[in-house]
Design a protein around this ligand. Structure first.
Ligand SMILES: C[S@@+](CC[C@H](N)C(=O)[O-])C[C@H]1O[C@@H](n2cnc3c(N)ncnc32)[C@H](O)[C@@H]1O
Length: 454
């Protein structure tokens, strides 16, 4: 029997009501991820829900903000709803839950007038044939959330216990210890800054953009009001958006002019651009043609070039090994929860184990593509040890012709806290916190610099 969500009659809301289409798209995307469609990213769910809705850029940004706020504080929001619903939060009714969660997120966390948040949520409920009889309930609960906002905020409690899925909280306590796990959960409540990688004239661009020059080498913008495409230097290709931590693996690889470098999981190309900007000849491989199209557009804007190969990296020929190889492997992405809070709620332990298996095969392949004496950097944007240090420990056991080049603080502008006990890069969302108020923190990246013995 098909699950109930497949038999759903689509809501027929009035598209002329200001703000309603954005709420509809946010609600549909959140419902998709709260339902059985695990594995989808919020960006993709929003794109799917937005098809046909014809949102203006401002409305699309509002839909994204509502959906993102819903996941950023999902644990807190569900607790607040549960305390105000006789039967607790609805289970197996993702569209109802998403209506309540997106409504509450607007009231608790976004600068949306309470009456707009309540009224538009009620309109969406009435437009939904399966839920319209629940409009009085949605109205009453959201009004109560608005009335009791201060008390709700005061009762939120510890984000590691109450706003982090148990499996992740347990893992981070075990891996990083109680205090660090708390700092990670706190960092996830903050938004992330916009960091830029600027290959030339860093000082000049920091001044022109009014950004902070981080000693790790990036420029940090505390706030971007409009789209980044409106900022000076975008059209000329003077910089690209890349988290300061995401820029570190290529800095460790240190590609040089004339070197042949393979970027094995390359799209959308932030790291390919770094390698090309360093003057190396880069072969950018990815199995996703759609993502490689984005890489092509990005490189074109930046005036950089690469040999682009659409292929499964596991199938690449091994007859012409490279001077240096970067493997930015597909991963659970639990290091990016500040930017993508949906990750915490849509991934699970099985994903981590499955991805660690794929990473192991890709790493062995990357090793065979590295020439004797060449360098290999393995990295992931995950906080999970199986996708980081555990992966490298196993790799070195299997591949005695490789050695780790342990990092020293000098390679990271003196930031010894970014180096783990084995000498690998281990950034956490709580690192660099407080740098520029709300805009502190780093994505959680792991990277290991390896050398094939000559
Ligand atoms: C973490 S993302 C890469 C981000 C990219 N390096 C950057 O800096 O912009 C991982 C990429 O791996 C690609 N991928 C996954 N499995 C692959 C495989 N077997 N072969 C090639 N690419 C793969 C995905 O399509 C995705 O684009």
């Amino acid at each position: 029997m098909a699950p109930p969500h497949n038999r759903r009659t689509p809501p027929a809301f009035d598209p002329t009501v200001p703000g309603l289409a954005a709420r509809h798209v946010a609600r549909e995307a959140v419902a998709t991820l709260l339902g059985p469609a695990r594995g989808l990213a919020l960006e993709d769910a929003l794109a799917q829900a937005g098809r046909g809705a014809r949102l203006e850029p401002g409305e699309a940004a509002l839909a994204r903000a509502i959906a993102t706020a819903s996941f950023r504080r999902l644990g807190f929001i569900k607790a607040a709803l549960a305390a105000r619903l006789r039967d607790g939060v609805p289970k197996d009714r993702p569209h109802l839950l998403a209506l309540l969660v997106t409504g509450a997120a607007q009231i608790l966390d976004l600068a949306v007038a309470d009456h707009a948040a309540v009224d538009l949520s009620v309109r969406l409920t009435k437009a939904d044939p399966q839920l319209q009889h629940l409009a009085p309930l949605v109205n009453a609960v959201l009004r109560r959330i608005a009335r009791e906002r201060e008390a709700i905020r005061a009762q939120e409690g510890d984000p590691l216990t109450h706003n982090t899925p148990d499996w992740l909280a347990h893992r981070w306590r075990t891996t990083y210890g109680e205090a660090a796990a708390h700092r990670i959960a706190i960092a996830h409540l903050e938004g992330a800054a916009v960091d830029l990688t600027v290959p030339r004239d860093l000082e000049t661009w920091a001044d022109r953009l009014g950004g902070l020059r981080l000693d790790l080498g990036s420029i940090r913008l505390a706030e971007v009001r409009d789209s980044v495409a409106e900022l000076p230097g975008y059209t000329e290709g003077a910089w690209w958006v890349q988290d300061a931590a995401a820029a570190l693996p290529v800095r460790l690889l240190a590609p040089g002019p004339g070197e042949r470098v393979a970027d094995l999981c390359a799209a959308p190309g932030g790291k390919t651009a770094q390698i090309a900007a360093a003057g190396a000849t880069v072969t950018a491989v990815d199995r996703s043609a759609a993502r490689l199209e984005r890489l092509g557009r990005n490189l074109e804007r930046l005036g950089l070039s690469a040999e682009v190969v659409t292929a499964d990296a596991l199938e690449l020929p091994e007859d012409a090994p490279f001077d240096a190889v970067l493997l930015d492997a597909p991963c659970s992405a639990t290091g990016t929860i500040r930017r993508h809070p949906d990750v915490a709620w849509t991934k699970n332990e099985t994903d981590v184990i499955r991805l660690a298996g794929l990473q192991r095969r890709l790493l062995d392949k990357a090793a065979r593509l590295t020439r004797p004496g060449g360098r290999l950097v393995y990295c992931t944007c995950s906080l999970e040890p199986e996708e980081g240090g555990g992966q490298i420990a196993d790799f070195l056991n299997r591949n005695p012709d490789f050695e780790r080049i342990a990092l020293t603080p000098e390679r990271l502008a003196g930031h010894a806290e970014l180096i783990d006990a084995s000498g690998d890069l281990r950034t956490l969302p709580s690192h660099l916190a407080g740098g520029t108020g709300r805009a502190g923190g780093l994505d959680g990246f792991f990277a290991s610099l390896l050398r094939r013995r000559g």
